[in-house]
Write a protein that binds this ligand. Structure first.
Ligand SMILES: N[C@@H](CCC(=O)N[C@@H](CS)C(=O)NCC(=O)O)C(=O)O
Length: 284
């Protein structure tokens, strides 16, 4: 897919064709870049500019890299986004949190916050699932339906992404991390009530619209459902108490991207939780 844009340079306006969905294929050109142009164009435009003037080129395959562990809710959100956008050839690199691989010097150099997921796309390193997801739609989406360019619609999606990041995910992490990694025997009453509060908020949002950010599925739903499906392991979502949330969860679960890319990691997480709860029960 291409679109035309113009680049203004030293009072000249140059028409440039910009390749949009290049899926990580970069081109190395054998003709010299005009020195005065090279600082003024971004990487995409430089390539496209040379394309336009017909330089000879050698294609070099650039693969997206994703640092991940399958059970992690934010990793699963990115998996689903990659699947929904049909992005091919993502190199998956496991970071084993149980073996503290995320604290290794090499990884801290990539992500000073030592979290997963991390996406590397050429010279871009993104260390946060919501930022990765919006980047992927903007760069590789066939259209903007998952993350609308319209400012008002985008603001609504952003609100829910921050809701996931600031409210929901801390609940899921606050329940899972002590149990899976730190020897807790069960869930604290505080975390259960935070999860319940998260459900109440989501129920209210979903009483206004079928999807979390309006009338169509967006990144808001994909990111939140990876977290909410994890919270559902801890506090099952009851239809009678949260009818809208329950229906939304069911609708999300029917997408292929959910079945293929959320369920496997979610089941791994369910297995960890079950095993840890069983260990805790034996010790009592
Ligand atoms: N807001 C971040 C949260 C990432 C996060 O906390 N990931 C967890 C795994 S689910 C992690 O990497 N924990 C290891 C650590 O924080 O050291 C995102 O969405 O990417």
């Amino acid at each position: 897919m291409t679109f035309r844009t113009v680049i203004s340079l030293a009072n000249k306006v140059l028409p440039v064709r910009v390749l949009r969905r290049n899926f990580g294929k970069a081109c190395v050109y054998s003709i010299p870049q005009p020195a005065e142009l090279s600082d003024q164009f971004d990487v995409v435009n430089k390539k496209s500019f040379v394309d336009q003037i017909g330089g000879s080129k050698t294609e070099v395959k650039m693969v997206l890299k994703l640092y991940k562990m399958d059970f992690s809710p934010p990793v699963r959100a990115v998996f689903m986004v990659i699947e929904a956008l049909e992005i091919p050839d993502v190199e998956m690199i496991d970071i084993n949190l149980f073996q503290a691989e995320h604290y290794k010097e090499e990884y801290i150099k990539i992500n000073p916050q030592h979290t997963i997921p991390v996406l590397i796309d050429d010279d871009v390193v993104i260390c946060e699932s919501h930022a990765i997801s919006t980047y992927l739609v903007d760069k590789y989406g066939k259209d903007d339906s998952l993350y609308p360019k319209d400012l008002k619609k985008r603001a609504m999606v952003d609100q829910r992404l921050f809701f996931d990041s600031g409210i929901l995910f801390p609940c899921a992490r606050g329940a899972g991390e002590p149990l899976i990694f730190r020897g807790a025997k069960g869930f604290s009453p505080e975390i259960i009530s935070k999860i319940t509060a998260g459900y109440v908020f989501a129920e209210r949002f979903l009483s206004r619209s079928p999807w979390l950010a309006g009338d169509q599925l967006t990144l808001a739903d994909i990111c939140c459902v990876s977290t909410i499906s994890s919270m559902d392991i801890v506090v099952p979502i009851e239809e009678a108490t949260y009818p809208n949330l329950y229906k939304w969860f069911k609708r999300c679960s029917e997408f292929d991207f959910y079945k293929k890319k959320n369920v496997p990691g979610l089941e791994i997480m369910r297995g960890y939780v079950k095993a840890k709860l069983a260990d805790g029960a034996k010790e009592q």
